[in-house]
Design a protein around this ligand. Structure first.
Ligand SMILES: Cc1cc2nc3c(=O)[nH]c(=O)nc-3n(C[C@H](O)[C@H](O)[C@H](O)COP(=O)(O)O)c2cc1C
Length: 183
C-alpha cells in the first residue's frame, strides 16, 4: 500500500455534514452518519507541541464520528486501553537536515512502545519544510511494532488542520475494512 494513501475523495458526504472532506465512497452504502463504534488509541511523540496538537484534533474528529478515543504521548500510553483498542493512530515529528535524512523524530521512543501488535495503524507526522519519504520509515516502525500499516499523512507546520478530516475518515474506513467491520 502507498504510504500517503489515506486520502479520501473531495466529494462531500451528505450524511456527515461536519466532515466536509469525507468521501462519498465511504458514505454511500448503508451509512447513517455514524458507523459501528470502534475503540481508537492516538499515541504520539512531540517536542514543541505540533504533533500533540494534531493528535488532539484527530481525537476530536474520531469522537465527533461517534467512536471512543484515548490520546497519549508514548511514555504515558494507557496499556490496558491500548491492548483493547481496535485501531491506532501513531504520530511523531520529522527529523532530518531539511533536504535529506528524513526520519521519524524520537523513533526510538516509538519503537519502545508496546501494545499495537496486530492492530490496524495509521501514521501521522508533522514537518516544517520537507519531509521526503519519511512516511515510509514510519511504516517500517509500525511494522516492527507488529502493527498493520494502513497508510499515513503528513501535516505541515502552520497548516496542521489541512486534510485532517479526510485523513481521519479514510483511516477509520481502512481500519474497519481491515477488521472486517461493515460501516
Ligand atoms: C532536530 C530536528 C530536525 C528537524 N528536521 C526537519 C526536516 O528535516 N524537515 C522538516 O520539514 N522539518 C524538520 N524539523 C521540524 C519538525 O519536524 C517540525 O517542527 C515538527 O512539527 C515538530 O513537531 P513537534 O512540535 O511535535 O515536536 C526538525 C526539527 C528538529 C527538532
Amino acid at each position: 500500500m502507498e504510504t500517503d494513501s489515506l486520502r479520501a475523495d473531495s466529494e462531500p458526504c451528505d450524511s456527515c455534514a461536519m466532515m466536509r472532506e469525507s468521501s462519498r465512497r465511504i458514505c454511500a452504502t448503508g451509512h447513517q452518519g455514524v458507523p459501528r463504534a470502534v475503540k481508537v488509541a492516538v499515541v504520539y511523540e512531540s517536542r514543541t507541541g505540533n504533533t500533540a496538537h494534531v493528535a488532539e484534533m484527530i481525537g476530536a474528529a474520531v469522537q465527533e464520528l461517534g467512536h471512543e478515543v484515548g490520546i497519549w504521548p508514548t511514555e504515558k500510553a494507557n496499556l490496558d486501553y491500548l491492548t483493547d483498542a481496535d485501531m491506532v493512530f501513531l504520530g511523531t515529528w520529522t527529523g532530518g537536515i531539511i533536504v535529506t535524512g528524513h526520519h521519524p523524530g524520537d523513533g526510538g521512543k516509538l519503537l519502545a512502545m508496546p501494545g499495537i501488535w496486530g492492530k490496524p495503524t495509521a501514521g501521522f507526522m508533522t514537518y516544517a519544510l520537507h519531509a521526503g519519504k519519511v512516511l515510509d520509515k514510519m511504516s517500517d516502525i509500525v511494522t516492527l511494532l507488529g502493527g498493520v500499516w494502513l497508510g499515513g499523512r503528513l501535516f505541515k507546520r502552520g497548516k496542521l488542520d489541512e486534510g485532517l478530516a479526510s485523513f481521519v475518515v479514510a483511516a477509520l474506513d481502512a481500519a474497519e475494512a481491515s477488521l472486517g467491520v461493515a460501516s
